[in-house]
Design a protein around this ligand. Structure first.
Ligand SMILES: NC(=O)c1ccc[n+]([C@@H]2O[C@H](COP(=O)([O-])OP(=O)(O)OC[C@H]3O[C@@H](n4cnc5c(N)ncnc54)[C@H](O)[C@@H]3O)[C@@H](O)[C@H]2O)c1
Length: 308
């Protein structure tokens, strides 16, 4: 696992829980210490919510090694995931090195949020073994992973990546065309665009946008997707509504000015203590813990229901 930040630690943990030996690489020792604390905290949550025995949690923890040496991390790796900052040149440089240090049959995956897999793979002599594997934050709790073949990725690499994702207990989806934002960010940002539009037009407050999503539209989403919801509601009804409503929805191609102003004023959300909401000093750890506890419970319920 190359990169042990917000995403890398959680991704590494998923592999360790599934029985794989994992090496987490970060540029700094401090980054590795943070990753180890992240792993420990998430395992504690799985155990305290009854989703994992402490014996299995301990075994998972022992399967993770930590290093600041790239060559050491890569030399015996069969499946590598890169999750370093979202800069094309940085990723290309890294993939070039990965190819040199790794065995010739290892798979090289990137957790890019939206850069072209084909562009990243262009740095490699063997682009057929490069693939996108896009996780959602927090990676150890959210089931979805998007499997994104580049133009030259081999079918075998796609199949193996899909099967490994299933083995991790994830919910893989193949993205059949390389398209910016893949599928999950396109859906997420389509909702965000309309949410911002409703606030900008003064239709509802920021708090109420979130209430509409959590109490209504989003309440159904863990169990019914958008298309299942339409099927159950009646496609004639949904078609009639789409016919007059689509043209009313925001088609803005830039963020609304009030959003830009908030960002420019330094309000970046929980990490700066304010965003659309205000956060009390030193409250972020408790808020993220609460979020993750809820996610573990939701994951457990989803698994129980799908086993029925
Ligand atoms: N944060 C999210 O919600 C999220 C979700 C899905 C995908 N992603 C994608 O995952 C990737 C990583 O995001 P993150 O939020 O985990 O970042 P992060 O900043 O938390 O972690 C980055 C990691 O990369 C390492 N790193 C930094 N510069 C490096 C370099 N020059 N060479 C090698 N390693 C270096 C750091 O040591 C750190 O371990 C990005 O491509 C991002 O778009 C992020």
């Amino acid at each position: 696992m190359i990169g042990a930040g917000t995403m890398g630690a959680g991704i590494g943990l998923c592999f360790a829980r599934a029985g794989y030996e994992v090496t987490l690489f970060s540029k700094t020792r401090a980054g590795l210490d943070r990753a180890a604390r992240h792993v420990e905290r998430s395992l504690d949550l799985f155990v305290s919510e009854g989703g994992l025995s402490s014996g299995l949690a301990d075994a998972a923890k022992k399967r993770i090694r930590y290093t600041t040496q790239l060559k050491k991390a890569l030399s015996d790796a069969q499946f590598v995931i890169e999750s370093v900052p979202e800069r094309l040149q940085l990723k290309k440089d890294l993939f070039r090195k990965m190819e040199t240090y790794c065995a010739s049959d290892s798979i090289l995956a990137t957790n890019t949020s939206g850069l072209s897999i084909t562009a990243i793979a262009s740095a490699c002599a063997h682009p057929e073994r490069v693939i996108g594997l896009h996780w959602a934050n927090p990676a150890e709790f959210v089931p979805l992973v998007e499997v994104i073949p580049g133009k030259r990725t081999s079918k075998k690499v796609v199949d193996v990546t899909y099967r490994i994702s299933e083995k991790l207990g994830k919910m893989p989806v193949i993205i059949r065309k390389e398209i910016p934002g893949f599928a999950s960010n396109r859906l997420q940002f389509a909702v965000l665009r309309e949410a911002l539009n409703l606030v900008a037009q003064g239709v509802v407050s920021p708090q109420d946008v979130d209430r509409v999503l959590k109490g209504g539209v989003g309440f159904r989403y863990p169990w019914l997707g958008a298309l299942e919801t339409a099927d159950l509601g009646g496609l004639d009804v949904f078609h009639a509504i789409a016919s007059y409503l689509f043209k009313e929805l925001s088609a803005a191609d830039t963020p609304p000015s009030f959003f830009t102003e908030i960002v420019q004023s330094g309000k970046l959300g929980i990490k700066t203590g304010a965003g659309f909401y205000e956060y009390e000093k030193n409250s972020s750890e408790a808020i993220l813990n609460k979020r993750d506890r809820f996610f573990v419970r939701q994951l457990k319920t989803m698994k129980e229901i799908s086993e029925l």
